[in-house]
Design a protein around this ligand. Structure first.
Ligand SMILES: [Zn+2]
Length: 504
């Protein structure tokens, strides 16, 4: 039953059509023509057939989704998953056998018209800050992150935007955080790791430290920002001038080893002594092999480091856009790929990184191509899904489609061609549905409204409806656009930092 606190009405549908037509007018020639341009009626562009669950009051029926399913071992056309009502995937098999095994389940049959992928896993974000646009003074002239954070070595300090923390009942901050998470979801991600966020939209992962954290962070990983100190360049000044080696004090409040450790390391140019020294210390530590380790950024790494990372099972969490925007260089991606380091893509944050995972993938594609090691669609898809989950130590829960894994799924239109590419390049217009923990959050209005078990609303300028988010967060649809007016928008990426090598 659809709750009726704000159902889609003819009025909201009309508003949406008006905004689509406006967007079409503004973007003519630059964007694919949305269906609304010459609407041939619902049947002509219907991508899926829906059959509701049989009967009521029996055992929990769940939902079968038939599509080309992207499995770890490869694409499986004509397959289906069964989403259990507990939010997990209980079966993956050819469509007919899943139906036979779950005869009571509802069926969404999108075979030959859609691809079903795990949602992207973004293992490195700063959700509390990721509403802000790049600073007007952002230039790729920094040798180490301390230079822009602290304004040392004669470099201009970049102001850090004030963090937005979730405060129940505060409408504006809640709206900005909801928009940040919806933006990532519309870019294909169903999970982000980092400090902050809002409960009930995207899956958030981080270490739980404060009361209330358990409600926000569904799983734990230690994504502590800086493992050594907050002023590494200063601490290492003597060492880098040829003096004795500096000893960093042990980090207070170390996290237990069951959590993956995912810190910023070597965030600076290869020519930065401090950045190189961070890498050397971290790679000495990972050889203990006492927990899952990842390295965020690692711009100052070289081929010898990649060999150690490969041998020690360290995932490189790569944010090429943010690296290029701040440092004018990124990792030696040819070296990393040739040494077969596991690489996960992440956005970093909106002040210097990609506004969503789709944009990060685009940047990674360009950088690998320019380095002469063009990554395939399938390789990029793994960097954006299972490798991100592995970096966080959560590969037994998210980042892939398989029995027992959580149903964090993205269903996108597919009218032929490479199915991985369909997922990597899907815009909001291509998204048919997105589930997190088996719950529909995004739903195309060409799909049956009964798939959304909570109220779905239409937001100006985005294609799929948003289900079960605004109402529970206490956000009226009428004020949402105004509340997020100054934040990074849901789908417009025109103001993100460029993905480009500086031309010096
Ligand atoms: Zn970062």
């Amino acid at each position: 039953m659809l709750h009726a606190d704000r159902p889609t009405t003819a009025r909201t549908a009309g508003r949406r059509l008006a905004s689509c037509l406006l967007a079409l007018f503004l973007c003519a020639g630059a964007a694919p023509v949305p269906d609304a341009a010459a609407d041939p009626g619902p049947a002509a562009h219907r991508h899926c057939d829906f059959t509701p669950a049989a009967g009521a009051g029996g055992p929990s029926p769940g939902l079968i989704v038939g599509a080309e399913v992207l499995l770890p071992e490869g694409p499986a056309p004509g397959h289906a998953v069964h989403i259990h009502e507990d939010g997990s995937i209980s079966a993956v098999a050819p469509f007919g056998s899943v139906r036979t095994a779950h005869p009571e389940a509802g069926v969404l049959d999108c075979r030959e018209r859609a691809v079903l992928s795990p949602g992207f896993v973004n293992p490195h974000e700063h959700p509390a800050y990721s509403y802000a646009f790049p600073d007007a003074d952002l230039k790729p002239g920094y040798a180490h992150r301390d230079e822009w954070r602290l304004g040392i070595n004669g470099k201009q300090r970049l102001p850090t935007p004030p963090p937005i923390r979730f405060t129940a009942g505060d409408r504006r901050s809640t709206a900005i955080l909801v928009a940040m998470e919806l933006r990532h979801l519309l870019g294909g991600a169903t999970a982000i790791a980092g400090s902050g966020g809002v409960p009930g939209v995207i899956r958030n992962d981080n270490r739980r430290k404060r009361p209330g954290d358990a409600a926000l962070y569904e799983a734990e990983a230690d994504v502590s920002t800086f493992p050594f100190s907050l002023h590494v360049v200063e601490d290492l000044r003597d060492e880098c001038a040829g003096g004795p080696a500096h000893r960093f004090p042990p980090a207070p409040g170390r996290s237990p080893a069951f959590m993956a450790y995912v810190p910023h390391v070597g965030e600076g140019r290869r020519s930065s002594c401090a950045a190189r020294a961070e890498v050397a210390r971290y790679l000495a530590r990972v050889q203990r092999r006492d927990r899952r380790y990842a390295m965020v950024h690692g711009v100052a790494t070289d081929r010898d480091d990649y060999a150690v990372m490969r041998a020690s099972d360290v995932t490189l969490v790569w944010s090429p856009r943010s690296n290029l925007a701040l440092y004018g260089e990124t990792v030696d991606i040819a070296g990393a790929l040739e040494e077969r380091v596991r690489i996960a893509l992440s956005t970093d944050w909106s002040p210097s990184g990609s506004f969503n995972m789709r944009e990060e993938i685009k940047c990674a594609r360009r950088v690998t191509r320019d380095a002469g090691v063009a990554a395939s669609g399938e390789a990029l898809w793994r960097m954006a899904t299972s490798n991100g989950a592995y970096a966080l130590g959560l590969e037994d829960r998210i980042g892939a489609i398989g029995p027992g894994l959580l149903a964090d799924l993205l269903l996108v239109r597919h009218d032929g061609g490479d199915p991985h590419e369909a997922v990597l390049t899907a815009t909001d217009q291509d998204i048919l549905a997105a589930w997190i923990h088996g719950r529909v959050i995004l739903l195309a209005d060409t799909l049956d409204a009964r798939l959304g078990d909570q109220a779905c609303v239409t937001l100006a300028g985005i294609a799929p409806q948003v289900c079960g988010v605004l109402g529970p967060a206490g956000l009226p649809v009428e004020t949402f656009a105004d509340d997020i007016e100054d934040a990074v928008p849901l789908t417009d990426v025109s103001r993100q930092a460029p993905c480009a090598m500086p031309s010096h």
